[in-house]
Design a binder for this molecule. Structure first.
Ligand SMILES: [Zn+2]
Length: 274
């Protein structure tokens, strides 16, 4: 991903507006009045791409999980759809068979960290060292190169993003969210996901919840069928004429849209928390 020449920088509200942006509209809402070199834009994560093509990026965080991930993979295969899995190295280590299956079935393996600790709690040096080691380990387990990194909670500093970029990893956030870290009806989750999806968008979903220890006493842990949610999302995307693909396939030969990090402070109850 390093080497794409230019990036668009926009305000967060231009990505998350209602109605959602249609393909190509980001050129008119760019925040910086020119496209910036990628080396400069690299301090900001990628939220989506600027395109009129009927394609979107489908992503799953916090896995692999021994029950949920195989179900999601079965549904993706049935729809001939591709996705990016932002895995936790601690999970990958426990399920090397799933890592190989994800890669074998044509999906992209990307990194979400070792455990789910926010890198805002680490020095840039320590965060980069952890990310470098985990990327190598995950590559060894899956047999596929890792070129993308998504920080837990979408939280990073510009300095961390630039340092991560020097490792050869692109920092990828998201533009749409199914809000699937708490329990809900499958139809409601899929509807939220579809409503937040547009051409060139990157949708955040989960094949597990990476920080179950933070579920509050008044919250219900996810118990819904993640395979069913994937089925509903893929059916809904097809009805809208959209194809699901991996983030690297989405980024290829397209202009990335960048913005400020999701949240500078780690959130534990509400807001962005992949
Ligand atoms: Zn996460």
């Amino acid at each position: 991903m390093v080497g794409r020449p230019r990036s668009l920088i926009v305000r967060r509200r231009d990505i998350e507006s209602d109605p959602r942006p249609q393909g190509g509209s980001f050129s008119s809402v760019r925040w910086v009045p020119f496209t910036v070199p990628d080396a400069v834009g690299g301090a900001l994560g990628v939220f989506c791409v600027d395109t009129t093509d009927p394609v979107m990026g489908l992503t799953y965080d916090d896995g692999p999980h021994p029950d949920h991930t195989p179900r999601i993979l079965d549904v993706l295969a049935a729809h001939d759809a591709r996705a990016t899995f932002f895995v936790l190295a601690r999970q990958a280590r426990s399920h090397p068979d799933l890592m190989r299956r994800i890669a074998r079935e044509g999906h992209e393996v990307a990194l979400h960290g070792d455990d789910h600790r926010s890198i805002l709690t680490m020095s840039t040096h320590d965060a980069v060292a952890m990310i470098r080691a985990c990327a190598r380990e995950v590559e060894g387990l899956s047999g596929a190169p890792v070129t993308l990194y998504r920080p837990p909670y979408g939280a990073h500093t510009p300095r961390q993003a630039l340092a991560i970029r020097r490792l050869g990893l692109e920092v990828v956030l998201w533009s749409g969210d199914g809000l699937d870290w708490l329990d809900d009806e499958e139809d409601a989750i899929a509807e939220r996901a579809l409503t937040s999806t547009f051409r060139g968008g990157i949708l955040l979903m989960h094949d597990d919840r990476g920080d179950p220890e933070t579920i509050a006493a008044d919250e219900v842990a996810p118990a819904f069928d993640r395979g069913r949610v994937t089925e509903l999302i893929l059916t809904g995307l097809a009805a809208r004429g959209l194809t699901a693909t991996s983030v690297s396939a989405l980024l290829a030969n397209r202009v990335p849209v960048r913005s400020l990090a999701k949240d500078r402070a780690m959130q534990t109850r509400t807001g962005a928390r992949p």
